[in-house]
Design a protein around this ligand. Structure first.
Ligand code: F0G
Length: 353
């Protein structure tokens, strides 16, 4: 049985004697070494951090377990969040696990099917808002100011505390911090949390250096890159369809302190990376996650030499979250045959080369 994020990194987290040590088995996710793409891109070493292996299929569980534990400690009666889908799935799961009601506001028609299915199955109270994520987040912030219900979006500081543990894990497995982290940016909490984690580990002398933080927004939802909020953000990567990120300033700080960048990748670049990641590496991430790999490809094509670098791409959520997109955007190698050996041989032997 795993001890989870609270147990493993207790010394770095806001845990007191009265914090319930709950876990659904979050954290300790695989750091997989690239077998093909890294060499093709000329990276010294390339790794994928598979955050889709968390209990609800995204990195959100790391922060949610801390936020829910603290909510329980503070005798909260319910939790609430706005979400493009993953935060709501996670809040719903940890709410179900602990008996704390979860209220989730989601932009109507904009949440991937797998995520909606999760919130439904875990029994959250789902409130569909006829507006985008930014509108939903504003409503939730105002609501939780007015009512005694705990906000569990990443503006809740306990969320980022939990999420920073991914930086610890990467460092623990590699023996030191990597040279570069490529990471998708939506509400900008995760890039903030990773940077916080790397800085804390460095200060605790668990590592000897700090990585450059390379953040990527989707081109149609790139407020940080453009320098102003986007009213009607659009991208195929619905998880990061966000026009006014809550952690905007701390993302800029992570970028500047680390000597990194925050740039944008187009939907075509995201989709290409999404397909490559699955078909060339066996890693099925959701489209938002593929923005990290799209960013890596873009940066290499622009001439960044990574030949002596250790690079980690954060694959923030599993591809199973968004099955519609996989089915509609990937050219499947499917043929129909008669149920005979001859018919199977005719197609199978040619496919096997
Ligand atoms: N990748 C995935 C799969 C996400 O779900 C999110 C954010 C991000 C990346 C971006 O992380 O917001 O910390 O910059 N999802 C939020 C949600 C907004 O509601 O689930 P961020």
């Amino acid at each position: 049985m795993g001890i989870g994020v609270l147990g493993k990194y207790r010394a770095y987290l806001p845990v007191s004697d009265s914090t319930p040590m709950i876990t659904l088995g979050e954290g300790d996710t695989p750091l997989v070494k690239s077998n093909r793409l890294g060499a093709e891109l000329g990276c010294g070493e390339l790794y994928f951090k598979l955050e889709g292996c968390n209990p609800t299929g995204s990195f959100k569980d790391r922060g949610m377990v801390v936020a829910i534990a603290k909510a329980l400690e503070e005798h909260s009666v319910a939790v609430m969040c706005a979400s493009t889908g993953n935060t709501s799935a996670s809040a719903a799961a940890y709410g179900a696990y602990t008996g704390l009601p979860a209220l989730v506001l989601i932009p109507k028609g904009e949440v991937a099917l797998g995520k909606l299915a999760q919130a439904m199955a875990y029994g959250a109270r789902i409130i569909m808002v006829d507006g985008n994520f930014d509108v939903a987040l504003k409503l939730v912030r105002d609501f939780t100011t007015k009512h005694h219900i705990t906000l569990v979006n990443s503006v809740n500081p306990h969320r980022l505390q939990g999420q920073k543990t991914a930086a610890f894990e990467v460092s623990d497995v590699l023996g030191d911090a990597p040279d570069l982290i490529f990471i998708p940016v939506g509400n900008a909490g995760n890039i903030t949390a990773y940077w916080q984690g790397f800085k804390e580990y460095r200060a605790a002398e668990m590592t000897t250096r700090l990585p450059r933080m390379m953040g990527f927004q989707a081109d149609g939802a790139a407020p940080i890159v453009r320098g102003h909020p986007i009213n009607n953000p659009q991208t195929i990567a619905s998880a990061i369809r966000i026009g006014n990120p809550a952690s905007w300033q701390s993302a800029l700080q992570a970028r500047d302190e680390s000597g990194g960048i925050i740039d944008a990748v187009t939907d075509d670049e995201i989709l290409e990376a999404y397909r490559l990641l699955a078909s060339r590496e066996g890693v099925f991430g959701e489209p938002a996650s593929a923005a990290s790999v799209a960013g890596l490809i873009k940066t290499v094509n622009q001439g960044l030499d990574l030949s002596d670098k250790r690079v980690v791409c954060i694959i923030t959520g599993t591809g199973l979250k968004d099955p519609d997109l996989a089915v509609s955007s990937v050219q499947a190698h499917t043929v129909e045959v008669e149920p005979t050996m001859e018919a199977v041989e005719a197609v199978a032997l040619s496919a096997a080369g």
